[in-house]
Design a protein around this ligand. Structure first.
Ligand code: SAH
Length: 352
């Protein structure tokens, strides 16, 4: 029988488990949720009786995620994690140190089924969705790891930009967002959370109605449908007009500007006319464009353009009054780009 994941339970679910199933008093619920937020294992919840810890351990785990490997960049302190899940699946994440605090990039699925041509996460398709507990578990595990090094540090910002398409695992992702924001749990402000999507338009409307002040990032990567369809299969299902309309709706409903991710790919989408067309399409939309020189993926034959081309593309957007920045590359020496560490581990035959 698969063990229950305490970390993924809402307060009500935890209460049902502790009071109704285990027959314990209600005050245990608060004790247990405090331990969970601090990253304790069931065996380490020392204000519970040994008997209770034993009973709980038989049927449940606190955190279904554990760090299997960590790799720290010598260049910029970026640290990459390979996590193992209860069923042996592997996922990865990365923590980046910024002046405004530590930012953790989390995965939402094992693999991905969106098929973007430049992305390592999708090469073997989607294995399965992550549970809310497994998404939250990454935050708790990473928090424990960085705090062990420096008690002042903690995960301050979260980006849902690891492996997987968050809106393809909608219910678990929304549950995770509510849990991570819970004041009696990790209490991370949703204003410090970004969700990145390849553009599942109908789900973007649903997400706008959740009332969560999350920043929406849209992986655009092209100025028109013709180019977008070549590198992102999802563009066949949801044309750019529909996706941009869903972005406008998000801005209206939440009052938050949308971030467009645009990976610059040599000979594909980085000429002056592409910048011009992009600026035209985004005109009037409250947004910012994040330009990302493509991270080469060895399995794919796509490369980044030169630094000069990247700078020229940015200048052209700015000239057309579209705010744009080039994303700083971090962790270049530790396979910082998503999906790469897991692939290496799978090739080596690593198992959780
Ligand atoms: N599925 C979601 C989130 C995961 S990917 C999405 O599509 O947005 C996070 C970001 O990294 C996306 O913008 C994705 O398009 C981008 N990305 C993936 N592979 C990349 C690569 N090789 N170089 C640069 N960006 C990449």
């Amino acid at each position: 029988m698969e063990k229950r994941q305490l970390l993924g339970m809402t307060r009500e679910e935890l209460e049902r488990f502790v009071v109704d199933e285990l027959g314990e008093s209600k005050f245990r619920v608060k004790q247990i949720s405090e331990w969970l937020a601090r990253g304790a294992e069931i065996g380490g919840m020392t204000n519970l009786s040994a008997r209770l810890r034993e009973r709980m351990s038989e049927i449940a785990v606190a955190n279904p995620v554990r760090i299997l490997e960590s790799h720290k960049s010598k260049l910029d302190e970026t640290e990459k994690f390979l996590y193992a899940l209860g069923d042996g699946n592997l996922i990865e994440g990365v923590v980046m140190r910024y002046h405004h605090g530590d930012t953790l990039c989390v995965s939402t699925q094992v693999g991905c089924r969106m098929g973007c041509a430049f992305c390592a996460s999708t090469l073997d398709g989607r294995v399965r969705n992550l549970t809310a507990g497994e998404i939250l578990g990454q935050v708790v595990a990473a928090n424990g790891h960085i705090r062990a090094e420096d008690p002042e540090r903690r995960v301050h910002n979260i980006v849902l930009m690891g492996s997987g398409e968050p809106l393809d695992n909608y219910d678990n992702v929304v549950k995770f967002l509510r849990l991570v924001n819970d004041p009696s749990g990790l209490n991370i402000s949703l204003r410090n959370v970004s969700l990145s999507t390849c553009g599942l338009a109908p789900r973007m409307y649903d997400f706008a109605d959740e009332g969560l002040p999350v920043t929406l990032s849209l992986s655009l990567h092209a100025p028109n449908d013709e180019i977008r369809q070549k590198i992102m299969p999802v563009a066949h299902a949801y044309p750019m007009d529909d996706v941009l309309a869903a972005c406008r709706n998000y801005v209206e409903k939440t009052g938050r500007r949308v971030i467009f991710e645009y990976a610059l790919i040599k000979n594909v989408n980085c000429e002056t006319r592409h910048a011009e067309e992009l600026a035209r399409r985004l005109r009037g939309l409250q947004c910012h464009v994040n330009l990302i020189p493509l991270n080469d993926v060895k399995e794919r034959n796509l490369e980044a353009p030169s630094k000069q081309e990247v700078a020229a593309f940015q200048r052209r957007l700015e000239l057309k009054n579209i705010s744009a920045t080039v994303r700083r590359e971090m962790g270049a020496d530790i396979d910082g780009a998503c999906g790469q560490l897991r692939r290496k581990a799978l090739e080596k035959g690593a198992q959780g």
